[in-house]
Design a binder for this molecule. Structure first.
Ligand code: GLN
Length: 482
């Protein structure tokens, strides 16, 4: 039995524990294990316990919601009032947010205390958590290995049971890939379902917040809290609140699973291929049918992404100039030198690489050749999914090409690192929902992730498939010994 947020909510409802007690337990575990894992950038026990006491008081007054009192950790990309909010960067190493992101507001309204802010790749750029100014996060299954990125702190916190749940963001795979590498469940919603207000922008047309937890059922409960229209984000979709748990118990008989031939090619290593194959068989036993589908343009998704995401990043990150937010170089002669030194000192090398690529592809003479071409590719990639979903209800494949790799293994070669997201990026380009759930272990005992991709707004169906799979398997209950 895992400590799911569902089970913790039940204990609270039955009066068998209190939020203060739960938070104390998790804070003690963080204190013991965080020095080795580096999953949290900021922990503030006093603040957490104050929120927990308020949650207990709310329950005593008969005003508790489903998750009131259940603690959660937040990726340090979400602005949270009074909390240091670094986005994994030196640039924001002194930034205490004066306001809450929409996502944080929603969790506060639900009465869920914040256990702390989790480590991440700098400005969410990375697949291994090694670009963080606060040092790498380590994978709880093997501390010589990376937890994936960029939401690696959240993933390691949940996998190591330092938090029962956490928030993440996913621009090209940053919820799903770390979920896969740490053996947890994570979901990226349809673009526009979760408000980006107060979520520090990397690539605005791709960024989407989502839940990370041990089970699909927990992700559904968390998405119920996170999702919702917010007029302060112009890309937030004006849709009614949905109950994402509504289809969890639906039987899978008649479900059509699309298997993209491009996802089952030569790039898939033995253990991952085998585990995904076994998961397919398991789902077939539950009544699902499979159909081969084609995503012919998906092979171009990494290339298109590394034009579009840096282009947007170069614009979004221009606000970090030493004037309005965060770090400013201590010594400078004039305004220009102040900008230059601030940005040279405040950003790490991966962020600088992206800003330079972005400025290049947007510049006169190159805009048509790179940026516009990539936009066209993006449309073709999205169109492939439209065609594929005419034949199936969900698409299935691996989440990541490999299991957790060693620290330092891919840092010398950015392109090698970028390929970690080869199965996830197309989903962001299309704006579709996707999730990763554990489906086995490799020969070295490292978790393997299974990816499900849903049609637009089909989160509930995707969660249904994942939940039914988890009822029939126990991979999600396995935890590393720490
Ligand atoms: N690894 C990808 C990148 O570095 C995706 C990151 C993300 O989803 N935030 O851009």
């Amino acid at each position: 039995m895992t400590d799911t947020i569902k089970s913790l909510a039940a204990l609270l409802a039955e009066g068998k524990t209190s939020s203060v007690e739960l938070c104390r337990d998790y804070l003690a575990r963080i204190e013991r294990l965080n020095p080795a894992l580096n999953a949290f950038v900021t922990v503030d026990a006093e603040k957490t316990l104050r929120e927990a006491a308020a949650a207990d008081a709310r329950r005593a007054a008969g005003q508790a919601g489903v998750l009131t009192g259940v603690p959660i950790a937040h990726k340090d990309i979400f602005c949270a009032e009074g909390w240091l909010t670094t986005c994994g960067s030196k640039m924001l190493s002194n930034f205490v947010s004066p306001y809450d992101a929409h996502v944080i507001e929603q969790f506060k309204a639900a009465g869920m205390p914040c256990l702390g802010k989790t480590n991440m790749d700098e400005f969410a750029m990375g697949s291994s958590n090694e670009t963080s100014y606060y040092g790498p996060v380590r994978n709880p299954w093997d501390t010589d290995r990376v937890p994936g990125g960029s939401s690696g702190g959240s993933a390691a916190a949940v996998a190591g049971r330092l938090a029962p749940a956490a928030t993440g963001t996913d621009t090209g795979g940053s919820i799903r890939q770390p979920a896969a590498l740490t053996g947890i469940t994570g979901l990226k919603p349809t673009y526009g379902v979760v408000s980006r207000y107060g979520m520090i922008a990397f690539a605005s047309s791709l960024d989407q917040g989502g839940p990370m937890a041990t089970t699909a059922e927990d992700c559904a409960l968390l998405l119920n809290v996170m999702a919702g229209f917010d007029p302060r984000d112009s890309t937030s979709l004006e849709r009614g609140k949905e109950d994402y748990t509504r289809d969890l118990e639906r039987p899978l008989a008649g479900l059509k699973i699309g298997l993209p031939r491009e996802f089952f090619g030569a790039g898939l290593t033995g253990d991952t291929a085998r585990a995904v194959e076994e998961a397919i068989n398991q789902l077939k036993k539950l009544g699902a049918q499979t159909v081969e589908v084609g995503l012919p343009n998906s092979k171009l998704s990494v290339a298109a992404y590394y034009v579009l995401a840096p282009a947007e990043a170069s614009s979004n990150l221009s606000r970090f100039d030493g004037v309005r937010y965060g770090y400013r170089t201590p010594e400078y002669k004039d305004l220009n030198e102040m900008y230059e030194k601030t940005r040279a000192e405040g950003f790490g090398s991966e962020v600088k690489r992206r800003i330079m690529i972005g400025a290049y592809v947007l510049s006169h003479g190159y805009y048509d050749a790179y940026y516009l071409q990539a936009q066209k590719l993006r449309r073709l990639i999205a169109q492939d999914f439209v065609e594929a979903f005419k034949q199936c209800d969900v698409i299935l494949g691996p989440t990541a090409p490999t299991t957790a790799f060693k620290l330092g293994e891919k840092t010398a070669d950015p392109v090698e690192m970028y390929l970690s997201d080869i199965y996830t990026i197309a989903v962001n380009l299309a704006g579709l929902p996707g999730m990763s759930l554990p489906c086995g272990f490799d020969a070295q005992g490292l978790p393997i992730g299974l990816q499900l991709i849903g049609d637009y707004f089909a989160e509930a169906r995707m969660l249904n498939v994942a939940h039914q799979y988890q009822l029939a398997s126990d991979w999600h209950t396995r935890a590393p010994t720490l």
